[in-house]
Design a protein around this ligand. Sequence first.
Ligand code: FNR
Length: 367
Amino acid sequence: ALPEGLANLADFEASAQARVDAAAWAYLNGGAADELTLRANRTAWDAIQLQPRVLRDLSGGHTRVPLLGRELRHPLLLAPIAYQRLFHADGELATAHAAAAQEAGLILSAQASVDMEAVAAPMLADAAAGPLWFQLYWRDDRDFMRALLRRIEAASFEALVLTVDAPVHGARDRERRIGFKLPDDIRAVNLGGVKKPLDLQPGQSALFDGLMPRAATWREIDWLRSESKLPLLLKGVTHADDAREALARGVTGFIVSNHGGRALDTLPATAELLPPLRAALGSDIPLLVDGGIRRGTDVLKAMALGANAVLLGRPYVHALAASGALGVAHALRLLRDELEIAMALSGCKTLADAGPALLWPGNSPLK
Ligand code: FNR
């Protein structure tokens, strides 16, 4: 059942925390180092103000948006979040039922703790469900990657998202302080097989001699493009030159992200990163954004800054921990309702009406 008195996404946090052990909580909520980027994501959305228009005829308005050849009921997707069975026994399966019920998109983490076919089923069974995408981390084994791609395609995922901002773990102080370790019964079940152990000589760096030689480079982008016809989005590109290079190599679009402040600390907020990328790439390239989206007004601001859709991260996992599929569905419903209210009160009949003019110039990041 749902806890009493839930009015917004933040209201799920208290009951979630009561049900999640302290180490898993540190893993979920923590960011890298001083958590400056984690906090900046939130404060940047808060700092943007809206300049509403009134007396427009908004009858027949809606939240629908076009994305990768489909029309979505609304612009919300659930971000890839690893190991969701840490937070609820049904893990990613509950999340998928909720996404389908609320017509949201779902990006399944490479490190999901439930089989991808099981997660896909409720999304595929519901014609109104949003897009179903699979997030990849590069694994330095092409046979393994090829087999994984075939399985992702067979399971009817519609696009690949390669996360490029976390080739190694960020310096997550909260996790280290509490000694977070994955329990034995929660694993990345879709990544069977064993990772090769690092083979290091004395004096070599585990990071630069062990891990980085296995990380993706532009070569692997070319390989992915040649191995799968699915659209490929990169998650975590923040520099326009990297985005241009990716486009030249056949990448389809981008998720503007700083990994929820969990990878490199001191990156700008995503509300600051998005406008220059949109300006550099023009209006036709799919650009999604995540990090600190908590309110319908945040979604509207992201769209006004040029996003085609937005990803929701930690809050849906709070809802999952608090009340499983019902919680996640309720969280999505609350956010959808807030978005509709924000549109109606700001004079946007559709999200195509959310542009730079909607942002109060005094503190708009569109300089
Ligand atoms: C993540 N994120 C993430 N990203 C990714 O590409 N693959 C993954 O497996 C994970 N796993 C993961 C676990 C946890 C516990 C968190 C909190 C985040 C990052 C995620 O997709 C997204 O970028 C951020 O969470 C968005 O920021 P907010 O909404 O959490 O502020």
